[in-house]
Design a binder for this molecule. Structure first.
Ligand code: GDP
Ligand code: MG
Length: 455
């Protein structure tokens, strides 16, 4: 979702890196590039203006201009300011003070409220919670049926009183049912309208007053860009929202909405919906998104995904190899296979440092054929070559290229990328090791698979 923003920013940083010394003029030209990148990603123009001013203030500081590593300093400033833009809200729901926790999902018609209600229920169940859902969209009987059908598919319990029961009573009935049956969270789906109006706001205010939700999530269609955020602001003024769910981030949404929500609405992004399937909902982690935008790879998200497809033994074995610096081309081939099993590649490719280069022909363009080619090249090597890539000299390279139907340049590129990946993986490994020590055992499982993926 942030691919083109990310590419543009990395282009700006590369240009800064070519300067041996930063001057106010080179800073200005970098700022121009950053401004264009943000505007093209559909970030609100006022937000962009304020962002550029803050980066300029910090970048023209003497200590930055005179530093020996000006480019790194500029990247760090942009990283900090992007984090500020995304806010420091913790992802997911609030910590419930009282059970059952009541969550109200609000938004315009077609934004994805009903779908998100069921996605969120599934997500909560995976966290060990016991969710109950209820529709208060009494205007459209089909809406009530839609929630029941989706919940049925997902095995989520629905509170379904008689169709005559009004919105407020439906929600209150669900809360009573949850209390007596031991559900600890009630998700209340609401009716939308095609645009914000007083009647809708009045209804929602009544609903809010009668059920006192701890979380009011505004569901916004990211494809509608800045419009989605404008109405979020209006909902916030009338109802006070606690978080935003951006849906349809799998479409051609450019991500600008996500980067404008905190400044414009004053509430953080809590979740992102990135597909029509019920599992396509992710808690929103600002730090991870920033690293992804800056091209540092979203290693922790990858870890969470990897855990679902990789066995613990595999992870431990790979971790050992990484620690002993024994990661080979053979391991890389195995990892490419694991990546394939993890699902739509174009979504995963940004998560792993170096993976995009490995999978693409031209820089920036992802192509699943790249992975096939890479695998074919490794398949054409002997076991010894895969384990000790130093032995692959010129004549071996020619043989491997012939065997895999590729060119010597392809083989050279693969070997170069392999070395580069190994270097990055080692860096990732070192940081995760120190973090693991700090946080104790809790992250261990995740980090073990990270090691593995790191190959
Ligand atoms: N591609 C995609 N489609 C979504 C997503 N979330 C919801 N939708 C689709 O958007 C349409 C409207 O969703 P719905 O939940 O009925 O919206 P509501 O009117 O706000 O309740 C449906 O066709 C959903 O499948 C998403 O994250 N990605
Ligand atoms: Mg609906």
């Amino acid at each position: 979702m942030f691919a083109s923003l990310s590419e543009r920013l990395q282009g700006v940083f590369a240009a800064v890196r070519r300067e041996s010394k930063l001057t106010p003029e080179t800073v200005e030209s970098a700022l121009r590039g950053i401004r264009i990148a943000l505007l093209e990603a559909d970030v609100n123009f006022k937000v962009v203006g304020a962002f550029i001013d803050r980066v300029r203030d910090r970048a023209v500081d003497r200590s930055v201009l005179e530093s020996l590593t000006p480019a790194q300093q500029v990247v760090a400033i942009v990283r900090d300011e992007l984090r500020t833009l995304l806010g420091s809200g913790s992802p997911g729901l609030s910590k419930a003070q009282q059970l059952p926790q009541v969550v109200l999902l609000l938004g315009l018609q077609g934004a994805g409220k009903t779908t998100t209600t069921v996605k969120l229920a599934r997500w909560l169940r995976a966290q060990g919670r016991h969710p109950l859902v209820v529709s208060t969209d009494v205007r459209r009987p089909a809406a009530i049926e839609q929630l029941a059908a989706l919940s049925g598919d997902a095995g989520i319990r629905v509170h379904e009183p008689d169709p005559q029961v009004g919105a407020v009573d439906r929600a209150q009935g669900a809360i009573e049912m949850a209390s007596s049956l031991g559900f600890d969270v009630v998700l209340v789906d609401t009716a939308g309208r095609s645009h914000v109006n007083d009647e809708l706001m009045g209804e929602l205010e009544g609903l809010k007053a009668s059920i006192a939700p701890s979380d009011l999530l505004y569901v916004a269609d990211a494809m509608t860009g800045q419009d989605a955020i404008k109405s979020a602001g209006e909902f916030n003024r009338r109802l006070g929202i606690t978080g935003v769910v951006l849906t349809k981030m799998d479409g051609d949404a450019r991500g600008g909405a996500a980067l404008s929500v905190v400044s414009v609405v004053g509430a953080p992004v809590s979740f992102v919906g990135d597909g029509e399937r019920l599992e396509d909902l992710q808690p929103f982690h600002p730090d991870r998104i920033v690293s992804r935008i800056l091209g540092m790879g979203d290693v922790l998200s990858l870890v969470e995904k990897t855990e679902q497809v990789v066995s613990q033994e595999d992870a431990t074995r790979l971790k050992g190899k990484l620690q002993r610096n024994e990661f080979t081309l053979e391991d890389m081939r195995e990892q490419l296979g694991a990546v394939k099993r993890m699902g739509p590649l174009d979504r995963l490719v940004d998560l792993l440092p170096g993976m995009r280069q490995l999978a693409s022909h031209a820089p920036g363009e992802f192509d699943a054929g790249g992975l096939v080619r890479t695998t074919a090249i490794i398949d054409s090597m002997t076991v010894r070559e895969r384990r000790r890539c130093q032995v692959i000299d010129g004549s071996r390279r020619r043989r491997i290229a012939r065997g895999s139907g590729t060119t010597v340049q392809d083989v050279n590129r693969l070997l170069k990328q392999f070395m580069e990946m190994r270097r990055m993986l080692r860096a990732v490994g070192t940081t995760s090791k120190s973090r693991k020590k700090k946080k104790g055992g809790r992250r261990r499982g995740a980090l073990d698979s990270l090691w593995l993926q790191a190959r």
